[in-house]
Design a binder for this molecule. Structure first.
Ligand code: PMP
Length: 315
């Protein structure tokens, strides 16, 4: 779908996957005026394909678009476009339990603009790709490195929206961490270098006794849809959940740590390295809270248990 600055979208069309034709002066190429979403379609046991909370992705794109001075498709247009793209590719939704169809909606400033200003035209594009299960056999704990020099987001910046530029600073840190044998990087706040923020593409949670804590969304971390779902689910399962400032010391002192995101759903953290300190959780295995939350959420997403929150949507 395309629009000018008015935000009146012209209806889109389904095209075979291929290259885009874009002006070299497009706002997205020069000034990073772009947002994206990540979502998944799952095959349920009865063979139908379903989406998980698509309205939440639409709302997050709308709020990001305000920050990035872009018109966004309405919740209705966003979900209708996602559904028709998945329907047209439904044969690519893997069988139940064998993976999912990853869906990537993109909103970009496609019009040409030379001076620093919002682009005159915008494109909303969706592409999809089948992906396997993140964990081939059971949950696999990851090792995180706490990054103390580089930051992914600054107060007042764009860390709270899913804009493409947020991912540029993590390329180097993620690569360096992988070279050093870690799975991923955990970022701290840029102001004090003391509070935990998030991982390159996941939110983070700590467990201490019956209390689960996760950093508040104050504009420097992404308000993850899996994060929101885990908070609701954990409260429903009887845990006390706090959205609060989490210090590195509290993190290192936790009983369990796990990450959440569309790709991983729930990913247990086996160890965290902070400078020359290394802490192992649940003997490097999968903690019981991480496992319980992972099972409950994936069962809802894949239609294996009752969807009492109304999160699963048919195509
Ligand atoms: N933080 C960042 C930086 C991310 O890229 C993602 C993935 N979208 C998340 C958190 C998790 O968000 P969600 O649960 O909506 O996938």
């Amino acid at each position: 779908m395309k629009t000018d600055r008015s935000g009146e979208w012209r209806s889109g069309e389904l095209l075979p996957f291929g290259n885009l034709e874009l002006s070299p002066a497009a706002g997205v190429l020069n000034y990073g005026q772009g947002l994206f979403e990540g979502m998944k379609a799952y095959r349920t046991q009865d063979g139908s394909a379903v989406l998980f909370r698509p309205k939440e992705n639409a709302l997050r794109m709308i709020s990001g678009a305000k920050r990035m001075c872009m018109p966004a498709p309405s919740v209705g247009d966003f979900t209708a476009a996602v559904k028709s793209t998945v329907k047209a590719n439904v044969r690519w939704v893997p069988p139940h339990g064998k993976g999912s169809l990853y869906i990537r909606p993109l909103l970009i400033g496609s019009g040409a603009i030379l001076g620093l200003a919002p682009a005159p035209e915008y494109s909303f594009i969706i592409y999809v790709s089948p992906v396997g299960n993140y964990f081939k056999s059971g949950l696999a704990p990851i090792s995180l490195k706490v990054e103390t020099f580089y930051h992914r987001a600054a107060p007042g910046g764009t860390g709270g929206v899913k804009t493409i530029g947020n991912y540029a600073p993590v390329l180097k840190t993620q690569l360096d961490a992988k070279d050093q044998g870690f799975s991923d990087v955990l970022y701290l706040d840029a102001a004090e270098n003391k509070y935990v923020e998030e991982v390159s593409s996941c939110n983070i949670f700590t467990v201490k006794g019956n209390t689960i804590s996760t950093p508040e969304t104050l504009g420097t971390i992404l308000p993850g849809i899996t994060r929101k779902s885990i908070i609701e689910l954990a409260r429903d399962m009887g845990y006390k959940v706090k959205e609060t400032a989490v210090t590195v010391e509290e993190l290192l002192d936790a009983d369990e740590v796990f990450c959440t995101g569309t790709a991983v759903v729930v990913n247990p953290v086996g160890s965290i390295t902070y400078g020359d300190r290394r802490v192992t959780y649940s003997d490097g295995g999968v903690g019981k809270v991480s496992r319980a939350l992972s099972t409950s959420l994936t069962d809802i997403q894949m239609g294996r248990s009752e969807d009492k929150f109304g999160w699963v949507e048919q195509l």
